[in-house]
Design a binder for this molecule. Structure first.
Ligand SMILES: C[S@@+](CC[C@H](N)C(=O)[O-])C[C@H]1O[C@@H](n2cnc3c(N)ncnc32)[C@H](O)[C@@H]1O
Length: 233
């Protein structure tokens, strides 16, 4: 069987997980937190791009899905599963690159906050919050993490942001603009423009709702933020 055919036979990966995968270092030891079907580690293992992966989930059901895919695609020698709340049960030596995708931004921040060994410049965090991306960006700035790159993608008609981060101990001020759109104003792609557009649309609806309920002071506050979000859209 050709290498190409083998690659095609790996688990399906949407644009969102493909973007996460693009940030994973070649030959790394990966931890995929909240793995569910383990699509991401299986994809990377099938392509020979990682040394090992631990596919973690807090629930046994998703881990059973993960195990099925790991066996189905024949990567048991590279990908193992682990029942773990966040990184609590993960051996730090098995997690040089850490992906946390498809979970809420608050939960991702909480998991990072309680995992002391992530406060180490050699580790790479690849974060894709489903909600509360702003809360996560603020947490990273206040916690001494640098968002080195951020890119957006569109998957299933929705926009997502993926952040590549590492700890450098520098506490950064998080402006409202950074909280809402992060590094995406440095990205000239149509996906980044669509993400900023989505954020502005949500803010606009919030402002309108506040005005309708007579909360003009709060509406003004968010209007100020809206206006900082720039000229890209
Ligand atoms: C929506 S799925 C995301 C799956 C995959 N990472 C993706 O992005 O497509 C979220 C997964 O996170 C798991 N999860 C939720 N809280 C968790 C925690 N504290 N620690 C580990 N996994 C968690 C859930 O059980 C679920 O399987």
């Amino acid at each position: 069987m050709s290498t190409d055919t083998l690659h095609r036979q790996s688990a399906p990966l949407d644009n969102r997980l493909k973007l996460c995968a693009s940030f994973v270092r070649e030959g790394t030891r990966l931890a995929d937190v909240g793995t569910d079907h383990a699509y991401l580690p299986v994809y990377l293992a099938r392509r020979g791009r990682i040394l090992s992966a631990v596919a973690c989930d807090v629930r046994q059901g998703p881990l059973n899905n993960a195990k099925t895919n790991i066996i189905r695609f024949g990567v048991e020698n590279v990908v193992s599963t682990l029942l773990s709340d966040g990184l609590d049960k993960v051996d730090p030596d098995d997690a040089l690159d850490i992906v946390m995708a498809g979970m809420g931004g608050e939960l991702i921040a909480e998991i990072i906050g309680r995992t002391q060994w992530l406060y180490d410049n050699s580790r790479r965090l690849i974060l894709q919050p489903m909600t509360r991306a702003g809360t996560l960006r603020s947490f990273l700035c206040a916690g001494g993490f640098s968002i080195e790159q951020e890119r957006a993608c569109i998957s299933g008609g929705k926009c997502y942001s993926v952040m590549l981060c590492s700890y450098d101990g520098i506490i950064r001020e998080c402006s409202s603009r950074f909280e809402y759109i992060g590094m995406l104003d440095e990205d000239s792609s149509p996906e980044a423009a669509a993400y900023i557009d989505m954020v502005k649309g949500k803010l606009r609806r919030k402002i309108n709702g506040l005005r309708q309920s007579g909360k003009d002071g709060e509406a003004e506050y968010y209007q100020g933020i809206y206006e900082t979000l720039g000229s890209k859209v």
